[in-house]
Design a protein around this ligand. Sequence first.
Ligand code: ATP
Length: 249
Amino acid sequence: MIRFDEVTKVYRGTAKPALNSVSLEVLSGEFVFMVGASGSGKSSMLRLVLKEDRPSSGAIHVLGQDLNRISSRKIPYFRRNLGVVFQDFRLLPNKTVFANVAFTLQVIGKSKGFIHEAVPDVLAMVGLEGKAERFPHELSGGEQQRVAIARAVVNKPSILLADEPTGNLDPTTSMGIMTLLERINANGTTVIMATHDAGIVDRLQRRVVELVGGRVVRDERGGGYVTQAIPHVQPDIVIPAAGPREGLR
Ligand SMILES: Nc1ncnc2c1ncn2[C@@H]1O[C@H](COP(=O)(O)OP(=O)(O)OP(=O)(O)O)[C@@H](O)[C@H]1O
């Protein structure tokens, strides 16, 4: 479904790669958390999957397409298979909930009849029935994220990419959003979610891919936010045990 083969990304004007020889395969139907410190390369990976950017070297295949070879004419069609949600929701402020979700379908030329069936269905699925005529500023953060998720999945994408979707939400609201993402995944959509939310990762026990400085350092099924085996946060101060000098490092 998604395959990275030795993908390196060096942004123009920078020396250190944002992604360094990343190889990774995500299978259809998986739910994957991408974790790692700020700047470790999570968003860069998501942007490459979306073909919003190109790797400096290496190959990326998404849904059977080699993204190094896809023509620019085909990119909008390719992207119809992918839904995206962000931390800051990115709703259109002057459009109602209904219009925000409908807009995605209008852009790709769906008929009015289709839109008037699909939008209420997806709003009910995300728990927003009765809120179709509200504007984004009349909704809570959690509700705004539900609109963004509705918009991302209304065209039934094969893959949903979520970049810190709970980053602006309180823990209870976040768990509601995670229940929704799990439901979408259970219905067959592959979900990849970048997150700093340790509580969520520990609770859901899904596949966890950890990046450090642009490299994959862990890929664990049923993992937590911090690996049990190799603590990667070293204490700043090491108090050496008393003993022969050669024994100290
Ligand atoms: N457009 C860009 N131009 C130059 N450098 C960039 C660009 N985008 C990202 N970077 C750099 O690439 C590295 C990886 O950034 P990226 O945004 O992928 O990390 P991240 O893990 O998503 O971080 P965060 O958790 O803060 O969102 C960082 O060093 C960042 O400064």
